[in-house]
Design a binder for this molecule. Structure first.
Ligand code: DX5
Ligand code: ZN
Length: 211
């Protein structure tokens, strides 16, 4: 299991040190939650802050867009050369085109599903993306409770991925901790995002407990 701590739960007063600390604590990716105050009822960070995060990070960046106008934000963040940029399918009319745009920047495209969104709407997208990010909370805030029926969705998704693009990864985001990690592993998840769980304890120990 790969672990991507979400810096949303970091202490932004010492963000550089926090990013260095999770990277030194053996995380696999640095998860960055971009919220625009429109798609979700919260506002987080823009390119000025992400530039500093990119400088401090020694692990690849995983940018999760929770925004309207995805294409504009892809242009803003592509210069930081993240490993992944993921966008919400609920907010994108031209998803296939956007995956191509992300890939043309040399970045791996990923699509995000809200907790209520079924997997049918991405069936014809699976062969064009490198990862599906399954939300296990409603996007917008850290520290929320894991929604258990996403486990069923992950299993259905795993079956479709085996048929359409076996290389496509599954990432889960929201309410992940040592309590549900076994279920997630058994369901076939490749990467977990964890914010409050990692940042509320010893970073190395918490990350190791999810691997
Ligand atoms: C929620 C974000 C998550 C969040 C996870 O909108 O996408 O990445 O920071 O935080 P926890 O792990 O605390 O649920
Ligand atoms: Zn996220």
């Amino acid at each position: 299991m790969q672990v991507a701590p979400s810096i949303l739960s970091a202490d932004f007063g010492k963000l550089e040190a926090e990013v260095q600390a999770i990277c030194a604590a053996d995380c696999d990716l640095v998860h960055i939650d971009v919220m625009d105050g429109h798609f979700v009822p919260n506002l987080t960070l823009g390119p000025v802050v992400v530039k500093s995060v990119a400088k401090a990070a020694t692990k690849p960046l995983d940018i999760h867009l929770m925004v309207q106008n995805n294409s504009f934000f892809v242009d803003l963040f592509a210069p930081f050369k993240p490993e992944f940029i993921s966008f919400h399918i609920e907010e994108e009319k031209h998803a296939n085109r956007l995956t191509q745009k992300i890939r043309n920047f040399g970045i791996r495209p990923a699509v995000v599903l809200n907790p209520h969104t079924g997997i049918e709407c991405i069936d014809y997208l699976l062969e064009y993306i490198d990862m599906v990010l399954v939300m296990s909370v409603n996007p917008g805030f850290g520290g929320q409770k894991f929604i258990p029926n996403v486990l069923e969705k992950i299993k259905l998704l795993k079956d479709r991925i085996e048929i359409r693009n076996p290389k496509c990864l599954i990432e889960v985001d929201g309410g992940v901790s040592d309590v549900n990690i076994k279920d997630l592993r058994e369901a076939g998840v490749d990467i977990v995002v964890a914010g409050s769980y990692v940042f509320s304890g010893d970073y190395r120990q918490r990350i190791a407990s999810l691997k």
